[in-house]
Design a binder for this molecule. Structure first.
Ligand code: G2I
Length: 451
């Protein structure tokens, strides 16, 4: 199908999409017991980054659909994903996310059009005038495909250096086109989809510092010269090296005072328990205190798929259970759900059986190894579990104990033999012996499902 036809067919569904969004909004006004509905009560959206590859996972999609009112494709709209070779656009994965979001009445943030990272090498090899054309073609290609369907686009991402200088970051765009590439990108974007809010997005700009001052001066200059810009995105990736700044609200406010919206675009805060919850509260309160802070997006649904998964920075744990940070965000948004209530989806006591599976190699020799998979029940008792283990193609399993396997190619699906019943939080496991047959690679353990 030609790109023109795809554009037309996407645009033709826009009316249906608007109707779905209205239904969702009406529903959420009744019971503000999810992040999206509570935020809507404050006139904000509450979004998450989404990966197309996880949309087939029932718990992932159930949590996404229940809690969030906006989605940002985590990687699927980036240049390497959408225009891997010049003028050849692929939208399959991004379309999957947009279609899913629209079918659930969620808005979509576009991320991102012009960025030095995840940039195919052909872009970097162009000369200046060709590069300028390619940049505009890329903007037109994406924004044209999704015309009328994206509430805000990150037009330019991370164009400033870290550190004290406030200088622009070296990139093919900066190095060959100079400072003017940002303005050129925004002007092109406005013409491509006049309905979309056009954002500049960056990190380490959350407090007042040299980098945020440099972005501030650029936005001020754009506003004074009529360069189209509608919003500034503050990524807000926080951890102990980069804590929530004490002047976060003031910083958001000074940008808003320039006449742009501000959005928290990639929020995650490493940590756990009440300390993490308190940090999340600070962020939500800062946004709510700034009239032009129109919404917040967390950078993922569940800790297990976070780009910083070891830092457990999100609102749902690897079993999609609400963390203390979830309750804190909901409360800060004025939500009426009690996150400790049995019966609330995702809460302990909600009756949802869950489990996790982890793998370790317990013995190793030249031609083989023993593997052990440990299964741990979530916060409900379980009576059965199922885990898939995918072995490297060469390997074969010669024996397996404390579990019952069935095989499909190199994938074994293991269910309990005698050890299906587990109390909440309790563990069991199964072991196996595998022949390496030339491959020493580890098997992959899939999601644990319980009943
Ligand atoms: O790095 C965190 C974020 C900082 N701001 C811009 C965001 O776009 C960025 O997101 C992250 C994604 O969360 C990661 O998922 O951007 C990374 C790349 O810069 C993404 O990581 C990439 C891996 O590097 C690739 O190896 C992998 O193929 O994700 C790809 C898709 O899973």
């Amino acid at each position: 199908m030609s790109m023109t036809l795809r554009r037309l067919s996407r645009a033709a569904t826009a009316g249906l999409v608007a109707a779905a969004a209205l239904t969702a909004a009406a529903h959420s006004a009744e019971a503000a017991d999810t992040l999206g509905s509570a935020a809507a009560g404050q006139g904000r959206y509450f979004g998450t980054a989404v990966a197309a590859s996880h949309l087939g996972e029932a718990d992932y999609t159930a949590t996404l659909d229940r809690e969030f009112s906006s989605v940002t494709p985590e990687n699927e709209m980036k240049w390497d994903a959408t225009e891997p070779s010049r003028a050849t656009f692929t939208f399959t994965s991004a379309d999957r996310i947009v279609d899913h979001a629209q079918s659930k009445g969620m808005d979509v943030r576009g991320h991102t059009l012009v960025w030095h990272s995840q940039l195919p090498s052909w872009v970097g090899s162009l000369g200046a005038s060709d590069l300028s054309t390619a940049m505009k073609d890329h903007i037109n290609g994406l924004m044209g495909h999704y015309k009328g369907e994206i509430h805000s686009w990150d037009v330019v991402n991370e164009a400033f250096q870290d550190g004290g200088s406030g200088a622009r970051r070296s990139s093919p765009f900066q190095d060959k086109l100079g400072d003017g590439f940002i303005e050129e990108a925004f002007r092109t974007a406005r013409a491509a989809d006049p309905a979309a809010k056009l954002c500049y997005n960056d990190y380490n700009t959350d407090g007042v510092n040299a980098k945020s001052n440099a972005v501030y001066n650029m936005v001020k200059d754009f506003k004074s010269r009529g360069v189209p810009i509608d919003c500034v995105g503050f990524q807000s990736h926080f951890n102990s090296n980069s804590p929530v700044p004490s002047d976060y609200r003031q910083n958001l406010q000074r940008f808003a005072d320039l006449g742009v919206d501000v959005q928290i675009t990639e929020l995650d805060i490493e940590g756990s328990g009440s300390a993490q919850a308190a940090d999340y509260t600070k962020v939500v309160e800062a946004c709510l205190a700034v009239d032009r802070c129109t919404g917040m997006t967390v950078w993922g649904v569940t800790d297990k798929y976070s780009w910083r998964s070891s830092g457990t920075p999100l609102l749902f744990d690897g079993n999609y259970q609400e963390k203390p940070a979830y309750g804190a965000v909901l409360a800060a948004l004025g939500g009426s759900g009690d996150p400790g209530d049995p019966g609330d989806p995702g809460d302990p006591g909600d009756g949802t059986a869950s489990c996790t599976a982890t793998y370790t190699r317990t013995a190793d020799w030249d031609s083989g190894y023993n593997g052990q998979v440990t299964i741990t029940a979530g916060d409900e008792p379980i009576s059965a579990w199922t885990v898939t283990v995918t072995l490297p193609a060469q390997q074969s399993v010669s024996s397996l104990w404390n579990g019952t396997p069935t095989w499909s190619g190199n994938v074994m699906t293991v269910k309990p033999s005698w050890n299906g019943t587990l109390a909440a939080g309790a563990s069991t496991g199964f072991g196996f012996t595998a022949a390496k047959n030339g491959s020493d690679a580890a098997p992959t353990v899939g999601t644990c499902t319980a009943s």
